[in-house]
Design a protein around this ligand. Sequence first.
Ligand code: 5CA
Ligand code: ZN
Length: 478
Amino acid sequence: MDEDAGALPKKQDFSEWYNELLWRAEIMDVRYPVKGLYVWFPYGFAIRKFVYQRLHELLDRDHKEALFPLLIPEQEFMKEAEHIKGFEDEVYWVTHGGTTPLDVKLALRPTSETAIYPMFALWVRSHADLPIKIYQIVNTFRYETKQTRPMIRAREITSFMESHTVHATWDEAEAQVESEIALTREFYRSLCIPVIISKRPDWDKFPGADYTIAVDTIMPNGKTLQIGTVHHLGDHFSRTFSIQYEDKNGEQKVAFQTCYGISERCIAALISMHGDDKGLILPPAVATLQTVIVPITIGKRHDDVMAAAEKLKSDLEVAGLRVNLDTRDMRPGAKYYWWELRGVPLRLELGPRDLDAGKAMAVKRGGGKTTISLATAAGDVTRVLGEITEEIRAKAEDHTKSHLCTVDSMDALNAALNEGKVAVVHWCRERGCGDAIEEKANSSLLGTDVRSDYIEATDGLCIICGKPGKATLVGRTY
Ligand code: 5CA
Ligand code: ZN
C-alpha cells in the first residue's frame, strides 16, 4: 500500500483508526455489497489462522470437534420459548429451494443449540455417554440491527466457536462453566488481552440460560467489548429436546448443559488493544510473521550480506520461528514502514558493519532496539520475542488498570464514564435500581461477581437506594 498514506492517529478517533487499519494492513475488505458481511483479505485471514490455531489447541485438550449443518428446521428452532424470543428478530430464513417453496422453512443458524440438541437427544442414552463436550468453528448469521462493524458486529459471524456440553448434574455443568472460563482466560492471555469476567444481570443473560458469565475487555476508547460468553443452560434445553439418560439405578434423568462462544471479536480486540499510530502490533504467539530480516546491501558487500541473511533466516526457521527475508527491490525505509503497518513484532537489520561484528540490529515493533548475535541467533531472537510479549501484555494491562475505577455516586459514575472509564459501583440487584443506573448514566450494567486482576471488587451500599449491594461493573459497551 501507499507509503505516504501518513500516520494513523489512534487516540484522536479510534473508530476511524480501526477502519483505516483494516484497510491499510489488508485485514478486511468492507466493500462487499451486503451490509454486515465482510471479506477477509489473505493477510487478515493468516492472522485468524494463528489465533484460531491457539483456540483449537486449548479446546482439543478437553473437547471434541464436530460439525453440524447450517440450516435448522423451523419446528426445532421454535421449540425453546425463551430462545425463540431472544433470536426471532435476528434470524434469516430460507424459504425456497429454487423456485419451489419449502414445506419446512429453514433458519440459518444464529447459534446452534437447536441444530445440535436434537442430535444430543439421540446420542445420550445412559450415564456412560456423559459428559459430552463438543465444539465447532463455523459461520452463523444474525440480522443485527445495531450499527454493524467488521468483526465486532457482523451479520455473518464467520468464525464462531461454539462449545456445547452435556452433564449428569447441575453441579457438573457448573464445574464445566468454570473450566470454560479458565480456558478463555488462557486463550486471551496468549493474545495479551486483559479480560474482566462477570455475571450478567438476569435480564441480559443468554435466552434459555440459567446464568451467563461474560468476558469483557476495555477497548482503547474506553468502551467495553464482550469477547466471550459462557452459559449455564440448566435443564431448559434438555427438557425441551428430551436429552435424558438412564442413571446407575436404571432411572431416567434429565441432563444439564452448558454452551460457550467466542467469535472474531477476539481478533477485533487483538488489533485494537495493541496497535498504534503506525499500524498493527501482533504478539509473537499469533503473529503471522514473528520476525522480518531486512538486508542493507550497499555496493560490493551485497553478496556477503545476502548470504548471511539467508543463513540467519534458515537458523531461525530451524528453530520453528516464522521468518521472512525481505529481498524486494525497495528502500529499507519503505520496507520498515510496510512491516510496521502489518505488525511484525521484530525486525532484524543486517548490513556490512553488522556482519563484520557478527551481529544484527533488532528493532522491536513496540519500541526499543537491541542487538542479537548471528552465532546464537535463534536463542537470542526467541528471548527478545519473549520480552516483546511481556511488554505488549504490560502495556495492555496498564491501559486496563488506568481505565477502571470504583465510584460511590451517580455523579462520580457519570464523570468516570465520560472520561472513558469503566466503573465498579455497588448495586442492590433490584431491577429498578439497575434500570436507574443504566438510564441515568447512559450505560450498561455489565455484571456482578466481578473477577479481575485489575481492580478490587468489594461489596458496598447501592448507589441508588442505599441498601446493601454487590460490586457491579458498569460501562458503555459496543
Ligand atoms: N450459544 C451461545 C454460546 S455459543 C451464544 O450464541 N452466545 S452469544 O450469543 O453470547 O455469542 C457468543 C459470542 O459471540 C458473544 O459473546 C460475542 O463475543 C460474539 N458475538 C455475538 N454477536 C456477534 C456479532 N454479530 N458479530 C461478532 N461477534 C458476535
Ligand atoms: Zn438499590
